[in-house]
Write a protein that binds this ligand. Structure first.
Ligand SMILES: [Zn+2]
Length: 536
């Protein structure tokens, strides 16, 4: 847990160099002691430009920090940026330097940290480091900062309550012994229909199940199949359209449903865990699994499940999709091994080498499977030109249907791979990139799964807190207050698509700088080293 100082732990007294003026905010001491009791390590990350401005001395600041510890208890590290914005340092929030340094001080990585602060700079720094960030707004917090935040709480005690709740939710429940043959928990069917991104964000939960099961069979739909083939822990994939999930569903065909029940029965599963988004029902699949003879079924369901579910799990809104899925796995008794990061991963052997090189280029993926989540083509073209002009080596990716778009976007000097990569090849291209510029679509989650930082051109049609690239360095762009917010619209309902049309190409260049991605075209251009990738 990394905490901002002024306005989060203590009252914000501008440029305070006087220990007598340190006033803890209400409930903070007790909240910090809860964290300490739960075994969490604590650090402080704070901008103190008063040092650079000569408004107080280093020793005065040390006296203030000693007073904070006297009142609030010890912290494992203090990381302070003494600079001003004009210094262009890498530590002044929203830059992520303090978060990286404090995480290292505490013997961990940002992906395992939560940062709590009272202004946008705090949570932007958290995301840019790949940590979770909680905004605890005060009277000075701007409304746009609140709207852009992935996670907000009314104050630090409330943030701590939710942090501990989410941690407990992914801790495996003790489940009653289940009679299966063999040493593990037998064969488990996991279900995640829908698209590539949905399957990828379920990856950590699938790995948790795999850690406890003898064998994992993943049921997916045609649109998620390519991602299913990349997930670690999956022994077999069953692909079948599910008409109650697909956005453009075919009529229910009884013969096909009977066929699916037959395939499920042939698995001989001991158990099933059905993963869904909050607006999807697991119950039709639960019924088919029962008809296939699966004795134990777990799912998240607000709807009454009758005898369809043995484990009926509930999740409050706002939880990131990977954690939502992990909490269902935990309710069914499955957890990730303690030494495994809760981040997205791919099977390394399934990812081919990038056909372009050398590494360090910027991938620009302008399209989206959902139109409302792609920025207008002219904006994408402008971003491509700005990246090239700034000296970045640019690789443009897209599906075969997006070839016209990728050609236009690459026109300013990027390499056009539009239509030339399947999902696995795209993962290889992204893995060698310094960063990816992409909307809220499958390749953003692919980037998270290969650890490549993301400039997220995020349409607010769905909550950022649930669908942001998970625990990978990310900068969010786009208007979080646009009228399409939380509409789930597949096609933008607002004339002019303002949430993404307002993105300035210079903002993308600045976002890359915040992520530590600097232009390197002078070093080498991008060369196509192989014709890899399919032309599907
Ligand atoms: Zn600094």
């Amino acid at each position: 847990m990394l905490l901002d100082r002024d306005g989060t732990l203590v009252e914000d007294v501008p440029f305070n160099g006087d220990p007598e003026k340190v006033r803890p905010l209400p409930g903070v001491r007790a909240a910090l002691d809860r964290l300490r009791a739960a075994g969490l390590r604590l650090g402080v990350v704070t901008n103190q430009s008063g040092v650079a401005r000569g408004l107080f001395s280093g020793s005065q600041m040390a006296a203030v920090h000693a007073r904070v510890e006297q009142l609030l208890g010890p912290f494992g590290t203090w990381r302070v940026c003494p600079h001003e914005d004009a210094d262009g340092c890498g530590c002044r929030k929203p830059a992520p330097g303090l978060v990286w340094a404090a995480a290292a001080d505490l013997g961990t990585v940002p992906a395992r940290c939560v940062v709590v602060g009272d202004i946008g700079r705090d949570v932007v720094a958290a995301a840019a480091a790949g940590a979770a960030g909680v905004l605890v707004p005060t009277a000075v917090t701007r409304a746009e900062e609140v709207a852009a935040a992935a996670w907000t709480a009314v104050d630090l005690p409330a943030a701590v309550e939710e942090i501990l709740r989410r941690q407990a939710a992914v801790t495996p429940a003790a489940v009653a012994p289940w009679p299966v043959s063999g040493g593990g928990r037998g064969t488990v069917v996991v279900v995640r229909a829908d698209s590539v991104g949905d399957v990828l964000v379920t990856g950590p939960a699938v790995r948790a199940v795999a850690a406890g099961a003898d064998r994992v069979v993943l049921v997916c739909g045609p649109r998620g199949r390519a991602a299913a083939d990349l997930l670690p822990g999956v022994d077999e994939v069953i692909e079948h359209p599910l008409p109650w999930i697909d956005p453009v569903p075919a009529p229910v065909d009884p013969a096909e449903m009977r066929g699916l029940v037959g395939r499920l029965a042939a698995v001989g599963a001991d158990e099933a865990v059905i993963f869904t988004s909050f607006h999807q029902s697991p119950l039709p699949m639960a019924l088919l699994l029962r008809m296939a003879g699966v004795p134990r079924v777990a799912a998240i369901s607000d709807d009454y499940p009758g005898s369809l579910l043995d484990v009926r799990h509930r999740v409050p809104p706002g939880v990131p999709e990977p954690e939502r899925a992990l909490s269902l796995a935990a309710a069914a008794g499955y957890g990730l091994p303690a030494d495994e990061e809760p981040t997205l991963h791919l099977r390394p052997e399934a990812v081919p080498p990038s056909p372009v090189g050398p590494p360090g280029y910027v991938v620009l993926h302008p399209g989206s499977s959902v139109p409302s989540r792609a920025c207008p083509p002219e904006v994408a073209v402008g971003i491509g030109r700005a990246l090239v002009d700034a000296g970045h080596r640019v690789v443009v990716t897209g599906t075969p249907a997006e070839r016209e778009l990728t050609a236009a976007v690459a026109g300013a000097g990027g390499v056009d791979l539009g239509g030339r990569t399947g999902l696995a090849e795209l993962a290889g291209v992204i893995a060698d990139a310094a960063a990816v510029v992409v909307g809220n679509t499958g390749p953003a989650h692919l980037a998270a799964a290969v650890g490549t930082p993301v400039v997220s051109l995020f349409a607010p049609t769905v909550p950022f807190g649930q669908w942001a690239p998970y625990r990978v360095p990310t900068v969010r762009l786009g208007d979080p207050t646009a009228a399409c917010r939380d509409t789930r619209a597949a096609t933008c309902p607002v004339p002019g698509h303002p949430c993404l049309a307002g993105i300035q190409p210079a903002d993308v260049v600045a976002a890359l700088r915040l992520l530590g991605v600097t232009p390197d075209r002078a070093a080498a251009g991008v060369a196509v080293t192989a014709t890899g990738g399919s032309a599907r």
